[in-house]
Structures are given as structure tokens and as C-alpha cells.
Design a protein around this ligand. Structure first.
Ligand SMILES: [Zn+2]
Length: 112
């Protein structure tokens, strides 16, 4: 436990808040703020229903996700993830912090 790399240590949210209906903001313990379009998060759901467990390929058809999908409830899961219950009724998606951090970099490579 004592030998965590800075990258691991960074993947812990200091705060999670919803900026507006479409934007979720996570501020990490290293001071970086990541912003996510909530629909992007819905589409990035990594649960077995949305992502192929073996290939990691998305199984979701983006066309089936409402444009105005919203998080209804965000709960922390242990000390490593959040679980989001969505307005489209999907509530099994768990988003590990590390994945959220990587997702932010993928969605916003410039880091701004
Ligand atoms: Zn899912």
C-alpha cells in the first residue's frame, strides 16, 4: 500500500458535482478537473450489459440512448468507484475512478 505511484494516487476524486444538466465535473486529488458530458458517460458504461466482457467492445447502440439521458443518482462504491443510476432506467453501471480518469483523457486529450 505504501508504494502507490502518483498516477494511482491521482485517480481519487476530491469532489464530484453536477455542473448543469449535461455536465458532470470531477476534481481529482491532484487538482485536475475533468468534465464529462453525462451522455458520454452513459455510453461509456462498462457493465456486462453495455460492454462485451471478453472483447471490451461496446454493445450499446448509441441510437437507443436518449439524447437527454441524465444521472438520477450517483453513489460511491467502496473507495474505488461510483455507481450511476440513469434516467433511462439503467443502474448497474459502475465507474471505477481509474476508468473515469482515463475516460477524461480520452474525451479531452488536450486536458483543458
Ligand atoms: Zn451498463
Amino acid at each position: 500500500m505504501a508504494s502507490q505511484t502518483p498516477a494511482d494516487g491521482a485517480a481519487i476524486p476530491r469532489s464530484i458535482r453536477q455542473l448543469d444538466a449535461e455536465t458532470l465535473s470531477i476534481t481529482w486529488t491532484d487538482g485536475v478537473e475533468s468534465r464529462y458530458g453525462v451522455r458520454d458517460l452513459r455510453l461509456a458504461c462498462g457493465c456486462a450489459e453495455c460492454t462485451d466482457e471478453w472483447s471490451g467492445e461496446p454493445k450499446l447502440d448509441p441510437k437507443k440512448i436518449p439524447e437527454d439521458v441524465r444521472p438520477k443518482r450517483i453513489e460511491s462504491v467502496g473507495r474505488y468507484a461510483i455507481q450511476i443510476a440513469w434516467s433511462d432506467g439503467h443502474d448497474t453501471g459502475i465507474y471505477p475512478f481509474e476508468r473515469l480518469r482515463r475516460l477524461a483523457e480520452a474525451l479531452d486529450p488536450a486536458g483543458e
